[in-house]
Design a protein around this ligand. Structure first.
Ligand SMILES: [Fe+2]
Length: 420
């Protein structure tokens, strides 16, 4: 109780709307009661942090979550990021000792330091403590939840159907906007619908359909709600969505995408079971393959999420060898997940030609027996939340934004682990 009171008091002095410019997170010297560091920025956003890392100008990071939480999911970038993990409770129990540890780590450097926790509350407290010791510390606004929710967009050059890739960089989830003229289709949307609404408006597009490549387990899909809000069909494969509580348009293997009278022939479905029974890829312009969680740049989707690693593993191997492998070497694979920033190309997109994956992705070079053996050996427990997320994605359950954010907290764990 005492601790809570102290946090609230500190936040009130330094974080209240009356004492800082909400646009910059900088205190107003005329209206701020703290005695030090006026004019210093107190917050940074997830987007700003991402941009700093991309530009090779990362701040030093202080992550104040517990060690196991830190080990499981942290801020990473395409370029090295230096992070100290010193849990919040250490600052509560021994403030001078903890500040000394931070100063030792800084070793005389006087950088912008960004403090991180799960939601931005504990880190705000620690940042304030550090500022009280004359260190320049900003709080990552919204913490790791904000880091996991932010996106960047990239165009994948292609015609006649245009493709925009949307990367949730913290969580490693990818969704796509396909467009032909002013007609748009969204594939694997996440639950923040406003972002897609803004994007469609910006590009003068009209939403004609939404597609989920499969029943997602790691994040809450925005597909049913997005489809409902725009009164357009929501496509899904019957083998995944048969028991969904919302109405869906069943996917037909090898059929072109048709929405009423609108024929988007350059987009074709390719049933690719294994990660889930209904997993489906999309072949676009005969040149791009949206693979969902079937094939990634660095691996394949895990076939063990339903406890059927051998059965689904066999199916996945068949899909990779018989359905995907015959496609041309120059077909560009666009997955629904990335294992991390190391998989991004120099332009920030997550993609790789199928020919290159044939060379470097062992899953495409392994015989069926070895592949299944590995699927069984690598099978493991999925995060507890995945069962609830699947239920939410079937429309059987819903919750508040805060509950959903907590449910899908963490990096995706959708790739088959390799234990070589
Ligand atoms: Fe998945």
């Amino acid at each position: 109780m005492i601790l809570l009171a102290r946090v609230t008091a500190l936040a009130g002095v330094h974080g209240d709307a009356g004492s800082r410019d909400p646009g910059m997170g900088v205190c107003d010297p005329n209206n701020c009661t703290r005695p030090y560091n006026h004019g210093q920025r107190m917050i940074t956003t997830a987007r700003e942090l991402y941009q700093q890392i991309q530009a090779r100008r990362p701040p030093l990071l202080l992550d104040v979550r517990n060690e196991d939480e830190f080990a499981r999911w942290k801020v990473e970038g395409a370029h090295p990021v230096e992070t100290l993990n010193l849990p919040y409770f250490a600052f509560v129990e021994d403030e001078p000792g903890s500040v000394a540890k931070v100063k030792d780590w800084l070793a005389g450097r006087a950088p912008e330091l960004v403090v991180i926790c799960a939601k931005g509350g504990s880190s705000e407290f620690v940042a304030e403590v550090l500022r009280g010791h004359s260190l320049s510390a900003q709080n990552l606004e919204g913490g790791m939840i904000a880091w996991g929710g932010q996106t960047v967009r990239s165009e994948i050059p292609s015609s006649p159907v245009r493709v925009l890739q949307i990367l949730r960089f913290g969580k490693g989830c990818l969704s796509y906007v396909l467009s032909a003229g002013s007609d748009a289709v969204i594939v694997d949307p996440h639950r923040h619908m406003d972002e897609y609404g803004a994007l469609l408006h910006e590009h003068g597009l009209r939403l004609r359909a939404v597609i989920d490549t499969h029943l997602h387990a790691d994040h809450v899909s925005g597909a049913p709600a997005l489809a409902q809000s725009a009164s357009v069909p929501c496509f899904g494969h019957r083998d995944d969505f048969e028991h969904a509580s919302f109405s869906f348009e069943p996917i037909t293997d090898r059929a072109p995408l048709r929405i009423g009278a609108l024929d988007l022939a350059p987009v074709r479905f390719l049933h690719s079971p294994g990660h889930t029974p209904g997993s489906t890829s999309l072949l676009v312009n005969d040149k791009l393959l949206l693979t969902g969680d079937t094939l990634f740049v660095g691996g394949v989707g895990r076939p063990d999420l339903a406890g059927k690693a051998a059965e689904w593993g066999r199916e996945l191997h068949r899909t990779l060898q018989e359905r995907l492998r015959p496609l041309g070497d120059d077909v560009l694979v666009l997955p629904a997940h990335s294992a991390g920033p190391q998989e991004a190309r120099a332009d920030g997109t997550v993609a790789a030609p199928l020919g290159a994956l044939r060379q470097r992705n062992p899953a495409l070079r392994t015989d069926a027996a070895t592949f299944v053996e590995e699927a069984v050996r690598s099978a493991g427990a999925a995060p507890e939340a995945y069962a609830r997320i699947r239920e939410a994605n079937m429309g059987h359950w819903s919750a508040s934004e805060d509950e959903l954010a907590e449910l899908e907290f963490g990096k995706n764990e959708c790739a088959m682990a390799r234990r070589h």
